[in-house]
Design a protein around this ligand. Structure first.
Ligand code: NAD
Ligand code: APR
Length: 235
């Protein structure tokens, strides 16, 4: 395993998906009762869907924002927050919830955006999202009623890709937590990390089938704190 912390400085990139927040009560997308089994992704998570019916999209994200406000970080979020305080650790998440941040993680890279942030489609201004957003809300910067959740939809480019690719190119260890590995570019991160010479580990309720050096299955609230404890003690 990794050397004792501090002596053998290692760079660790941790990617997380919806499975990290599942035990906090926030739904995943493609599990049995996942969001995409109850909503048409094309209607609520694409720019075309938003153009066609912005009220429907705001309703979808207002409901998810309310769920997020009622949710609390779980033991996996807390363990990753502690890990993020160590040098050489980068947390990249596909999740748009704020549970890692609320657990105390610093500098979380939200590649799919954040439910807690609003975006103006007219002038690109960003601000803290109110609990309930509507298509009639005027942008506080330019006044145009073109506000949307600051969330990356299918077909849009994720945030911070250059920074993420640089982190993967320097990674010694890449850990994927609670993601099905079906949406690119996140699904390709394990290959980028391996090509850079990193070891790769998946922590998931069940193996996603991705090409990892090692897989540990179990609920995130069990397997994540166990792995973080190993890293912290350098076993
Ligand atoms: P993609 O082709 O990468 O998505 C592939 C997966 O998304 C598919 O395997 C399927 O599981 C699912 N999917 C795609 N279209 C679907 C549909 N109509 N119904 C059900 N499932 C569907 O998606 P993309 O268009 O290439 O997206 C690329 C960008 O969009 C990526 O950058 C990704 O980060 C971003 N994105 C963000 C969100 C979000 O809600 N934040 C959702 C999806 C994608
Ligand atoms: N502990 C660990 N993993 C879990 C748990 C749990 N308690 N519950 C579910 N999982 C795992 C599932 O095994 C699955 O691999 O979480 C994953 C959920 O996969 P998805 O629902 O596809 O979610 P995710 O991989 O985050 O989706 C990627 O797709 O729609 C887009 O932008 C959206 O960010 C999302 C992206």
């Amino acid at each position: 395993m990794l050397g004792n912390w501090g002596r053998d400085m290692v760079n660790i990139v941790v990617l997380s998906g919806a499975g990290l927040s599942a035990e906090s009560g926030l739904g995943t997308f493609r599990d049995v009762d996942g969001l995409w089994t109850r909503y048409d992704l094309a209607q609520v998570a694409t720019p075309e869907g938003f153009a066609r019916d912005p009220a429907l999209v705001h309703d979808f994200y207002n409901a998810r924002r309310a769920n997020m406000a009622d949710a609390a970080p779980n033991a996996a979020h807390v363990a990753l927050a502690q890990l993020s305080l160590m040098p050489g650790v980068a947390l990249v998440t596909q999740n748009i919830d704020d549970l890692l941040d609320r657990a105390g993680a610093t500098d979380v890279i939200h590649m799919h955006g954040a439910l807690s942030r609003a975006l103006c489609a007219a002038c690109d201004a960003r601000w803290d999202a109110p609990a309930v957003m509507t298509a009639k809300d005027a942008c506080p910067a330019c006044g145009v009623a073109a506000t949307r959740p600051d969330v990356v939809w299918f077909g849009e480019m994720p945030y911070a890709m250059a920074r993420i690719e640089d982190l993967l190119a320097r990674a010694d260890l890449f850990v994927s937590i609670g993601t099905s590995g079906t949406v690119y570019p996140a699904a390709g991160f394990v290959d980028l990390a391996r090509r850079a010479g990193a070891r790769t580990l998946e922590l998931n309720l069940e193996a996603s089938g991705g090409a990892f050096d090692a897989v540990r299955t179990g609920p995130a609230t069990e397997v994540v704190p166990g792995w973080v404890a190993e890293i912290a003690t350098g076993v």
